[in-house]
Write a protein that binds this ligand. Sequence first.
Ligand code: FAD
Length: 322
Amino acid sequence: MKYDIAIIGGGPAGYTAAERAAAGGLKTVIFEKKAIGGVCLNEGCIPTKTLLYSAKLLDHAKSAAKYGISVPDGISFNLEKIIDRKDKVVKKLTGGVKMTVQSYGAELIEKEAVIAGESDGLIQILAGGGIYEVTYLLVCTGSDTVVPPIKGLSEVDYWTSKEALEMTVLPKSLAIIGGGVIGMEFASFFNSMGVKVSVIEMMPEILGAMDKETSAMLRTEYQKRGVDFQLNSKVTEVSPSGVTIEKAGKSVLIEAEKILVSAGRKANLSQVGLDKLNVELARNGVKVDEHMLTSHPHVYACGDITGHSMLAHTAIRESEVA
Ligand SMILES: Cc1cc2nc3c(=O)[nH]c(=O)nc-3n(C[C@H](O)[C@H](O)[C@H](O)COP(=O)(O)OP(=O)(O)OC[C@H]3O[C@@H](n4cnc5c(N)ncnc54)[C@H](O)[C@@H]3O)c2cc1C
């Protein structure tokens, strides 16, 4: 089977590129091994925002009396229904993306794709027992959670963002390792739901590269809501009792029923076979130029795999550029 372009990965970068390429008249094939929509729609931006919307309504209800609104039967929530609504939103949006991609004429193959090599100027891709020969390749395999090698972690039933989105029971207390954007979204959600939240951050401030003044303001607001922050703190060990940190030369146990590891994400480089095409890598991902072209003249890369901002809107813009 011959195509003008193959796209590996059906996240925001991949599905946007597939729509654009097919709309532009290229014979396009896109491969997705798990679920179209990628991390963003299935286990990232969208599910977190639907949970946060429920939390926001709960917060509004709690302060309703201040605004002259009464909630006659008291305020309560149903976690099962909150998660169920989140799943329905994800299903609706991913279904919409699938239909849109196909409506532009791109062929969607819901299988894992691996680069096999190249011959006669065509790149060969293997997927689901088929061989696909393509003139151009766009790699959009995204990123995955980083789980640091913390002592004791493998012995406890910890969450990453993915498991936290599938929870069925709220813990009484939660220690979040990592105060980046994802960690803070979860801190906000669980705090609103009445969970005692501690955020452990190695740096002097939360939210990494964000403006320091804004980050500090946001942290103060969270503190007012009852979130505990342990800054300048290195995690040394975890156990069923919680997280042990080293702070100002002292060892402190942050007690928590559950641990959420939110210590960053890394580009998915290893399993797609980029080495078969000698594609050059940079420190955090695939090396690309300003056109998203890699060191190979027919291979482009965009989205989290470039290690740039690891945000969906960057992924979408990069795919438009590619
Ligand atoms: C909890 C959380 C919240 C987030 N919130 C936001 C937010 O509010 N705003 C924002 O801008 N960003 C947010 N992000 C980041 C956003 O999800 C990512 O930046 C975005 O999904 C990257 O898109 P992508 O297309 O590069 O990769 P991905 O979305 O990771 O998609 C890559 C796809 O490639 C597939 N794949 C990988 N290898 C293969 C293969 N060999 N064959 C076939 N398929 C393959 C994967 O299954 C996956 O579906 C969030 C992320 C998380 C985890």
